[in-house]
Design a protein. Structure first.
Length: 172
């Protein structure tokens, strides 16, 4: 049985949402990546490393990669919290790193709606603070939106978000 067959809720208990900054994880690099079309299913094989593909992806970038410094991370963190407050999403965990953010949140809507609101508000706030230009892409396309149907899954996602991200980041 799958995780959601044990629950009769229309919406999962929470979503585990991850999105990356623009240009910091390109297809073909050594970390592997997920294909956007066709095979982008849970636990599907990832695109293996391919230096030529990675170089092609790098050459096709129209703006510089975005690495979030401490001030930018603080703005993204606050922007996500503000979206949760404004839209009445329950925020269970949040961690903004230099090249990605993890959020565990509950909402009575589709997780892509939630993720898009996070990314849009964070981008607006970064632009208003003068930390990214008008033409700069801030986030990579899409992101990961995992459905968490059981409390055990929510607890694991919260723990990973808060404690599984490595060392604390220094202030820049």
């Amino acid at each position: 049985m799958t995780d959601h067959e044990w629950d009769e809720n229309i919406f999962p208990l929470a979503y585990f949402i991850t999105f990356r900054t623009h240009g910091t994880w390109l297809h073909g690099d050594q970390r592997k990546s997920v294909e956007r079309h066709g095979r982008n299913l849970y636990n599907s094989p990832r695109i293996p490393p391919d230096p030529m593909f990675s170089e092609l992806m790098n050459r096709n970038m129209t703006t510089e990669p975005v690495v979030l410094d401490s001030k930018m991370r603080g703005i993204v963190d606050l922007a996500i919290r503000n979206v949760c407050d404004h839209r009445n999403y329950l925020l269970s965990a949040l961690h903004v790193r230099t090249n990605h953010a993890h959020v565990v949140s509950s909402a009575a809507c589709h997780p892509k709606t939630v993720m898009n609101a996070f990314k849009a508000n964070a981008t607006r706030e970064l632009r208003e603070a003068g930390l990214v230009g008008d033409g700069q892409k801030v986030w990579s396309r899409g992101g990961s939106t995992r459905y968490l149907w059981r409390q055990e899954s929510v607890d694991r996602a919260i723990h990973y978000t808060l404690y599984g991200q490595g060392d604390d980041l220094p202030d820049f």
